[in-house]
Design a protein around this ligand. Structure first.
Ligand code: C2E
Ligand code: CA
Ligand code: CA
Length: 525
């Protein structure tokens, strides 16, 4: 006991001395450790050599015995050194291994849920496939719907708690041959199919959906979430983890565009669609530079006297590689990448320019410009419009901006704020395609809207039962809110008369003119 305390005190003394003598940064470095160890060994060795013979001679008087002890002393020194080296090496190697294991674990596991991450799962699955290529399993990419919104609205700690809770539930649900791993805003699951069939897989997928969508109480709050699941099958959809994951993820993203809280299996078509889309995005990126984009203009008229109100600017893409691409297609593709702001900047700039040029020729050109839902909630794009306006020095009373309900519904406050700003700048605001989306009448009076454009489906189905009633009430509402009402897609005189009778006085459609270049439409009118 006394020896232990003395040793401890000595140890502390030397550590203190060491700290005073040497730089803190240097202590603990590999070079320092080597020098320290060698120095201790040399000092102990020197003390041993200089003192041990004299001590032994003092204790042993018999000469023969002394010689024997001296030999034993030599052996003792060799063995003691060997044991010392072995134990020091053992401690160091064990410590290194623990450290390495910890780093490896951290690199291959998700810190929050402790589940293997995608990279680790990829190693596990590829190794399994290599060992037994006759496996059968499904790879499930499960994504939590609107997870970013949960984090934003309820806070990151609830987001984290949610992931932990889901991990617990999912782990309990899966069998011993299945694996669970975390990836981004969801999970990747491999579901063994060696002893299960397709029906059981479908049942399990439904089970997963309802498991996820059940009520959860987290930090005292009741939370309901849903998930979207994409599924790929080994070996049909891929021979390696990466391909299987890509396929399942594609199926999942494809599904998200249509509906949530359901599952979807990968098919070969998705691959082709994906490749087409990638090609289209690449071509669209170059379209502006290659001058493949241009605007056409379509007249909007007062149907009572065929007087011209102005034109709607519509974007066209004549691609050298893909040919003419419908705006319904490329605008949607642009909206899902960040290309839309580049395209819309071009449209606004071009329209402002045309208004300016026409004004110089004494023509008061009124243009209506489409603004995507992405653009409406993007404050930096609103600033872009302001900049373009400043440069062009035109009057905003010549410009109407067409927006759709999507942006308003998804992000009401932001959309409203940006609309107010546009209105402040003097633009007229039109609500496009009215009657197709939510057509929520409650928000209309809260927004600075001047014009309502009735979607062309109403022109197509004129006078048919319920549609007629809906149309009448839309027009009534428009009048009550003092909006200018424009009927879209008027192709015939009959359709024109039909709308006039309902009290909708303005119209747009092939009957009055197809979209064409500005020179052509102005010449005609
Ligand atoms: P939209 O804003 O509803 O534009 C009206 C669409 O109806 C245009 O199709 C126009 O050519 C078409 N149309 C006009 N009259 C008739 C008619 O009598 N019958 C029929 N069947 N169709 C008619 P387009 O040019 O193919 O544009 C499709 C959509 O693409 C537009 O729908 C708009 O949502 C979008 N779009 C076009 N240009 C732009 C743009 O510059 N920016 C944005 N954000 N979207 C644009
Ligand atoms: Ca429009
Ligand atoms: Ca429209």
């Amino acid at each position: 006991m006394i020896l232990k305390i003395t040793m401890k005190k000595l140890h502390d003394f030397f550590i203190k001395l060491e700290r005073q003598l040497f730089n803190e940064k240097w202590i603990g470095s590999p070079e320092y450790e080597v020098i320290r160890f060698t120095a201790i060994y040399l000092i102990v060795g020197l003390l041993w050599i200089t003192t041990s013979d004299d001590l032994l001679a003092m204790m042993v008087k018999d000469f023969d015995l002394l010689v024997e002890f001296q030999t034993a002393k030599g052996w003792f020194y060799v063995f003691a050194s060997a044991i010392l080296f072995a134990s020091i090496l053992g401690v160091r190697l064990r410590r290194n291994k623990q450290l390495n294991d910890r780093i490896l674990y951290q690199q291959s596991h998700d810190e929050l849920t402790q589940l293997p991450n995608r990279r680790r799962l990829s190693e596990i699955i590829d190794k399994r496939i290599e060992k037994n290529p006759n496996l059968a399993f499904a790879l499930i990419s499960l994504d939590i719907d609107d997870f970013a919104t949960i984090n934003e609205l309820l806070g990151y700690s609830i987001g984290d708690a949610l992931l932990i809770d889901l991990t617990k539930d999912l782990s309990q649900r899966l069998g011993s041959m299945d694996t669970l791993s975390r990836s981004g805003t969801g999970f990747i699951i491999t579901y063994d199919l060696s002893e299960r069939n397709q029906i059981q897989l479908n049942q399990s997928l439904n089970g997963l959906l309802s498991l996820i969508s059940q009520e959860r109480i987290l930090e005292g709050q009741s939370i309901f979430i849903t998930s979207s699941i994409g599924v790929s099958l080994y070996p049909k959809d891929g021979q390696r983890f990466d391909d299987l994951f890509k396929a399942a993820d594609t199926a999942m993203h494809h599904l998200k565009g249509i509906s949530k809280n359901s599952y979807n299996f990968y098919t070969e078509d998705y691959h082709n669609q994906r490749m087409d889309r990638i090609r289209m995005v690449n071509e669209l990126r170059k379209a502006l530079e290659n001058k493949e984009l241009y605007l056409v203009y379509q007249a909007v008229v007062d149907m009572r006297n065929d007087e011209l109100l102005g034109y709607e600017a519509l974007l066209r893409w004549d691609s050298k590689v893909l040919g003419k691409v419908s705006p319904d297609v490329f605008i949607h593709v642009a909206e899902t990448t960040n290309l839309i702001s580049t395209l819309e900047e071009y449209v606004f700039e071009q329209c402002f320019h045309e208004i300016k040029v026409q004004a110089q020729n004494g023509v008061d050109l009124m243009l209506s410009i489409n603004l995507s839902s992405k653009g409406l909630v993007d404050i930096s794009f609103i600033h872009t419009i302001e900049r373009l306006l400043k440069n062009a020095k035109i009057s905003t009373t010549n410009v109407q901006i067409e927006i759709t309900e999507t942006a308003i519904i998804e992000n009401f406050d932001l959309a409203k704020r940006n609309l107010m700003r546009l209105k402040q700048l003097g633009f007229t605001i039109a609500l496009d395609d009215f009657g197709t989306g939510y057509s929520s009448l409650t928000y209309l009076h809260q927004l600075p809207i001047d014009t309502m454009k009735i979607d062309r489906t109403f022109a197509l189905q004129k006078g048919q039962g319920k549609q007629q009633e809906i149309l009448s009430s839309i027009i009534d509402l428009g009048h009550k809110l003092k909006l200018k009402i424009i009927a879209e897609g008027i192709e015939t005189e009959v359709q024109k008369q039909f709308f006039i009778e309902l009290g909708c006085h303005y119209g747009q459609g092939y009957h009055f003119g197809k979209p064409n270049t500005l020179n052509e439409v102005i010449k005609k009118d």
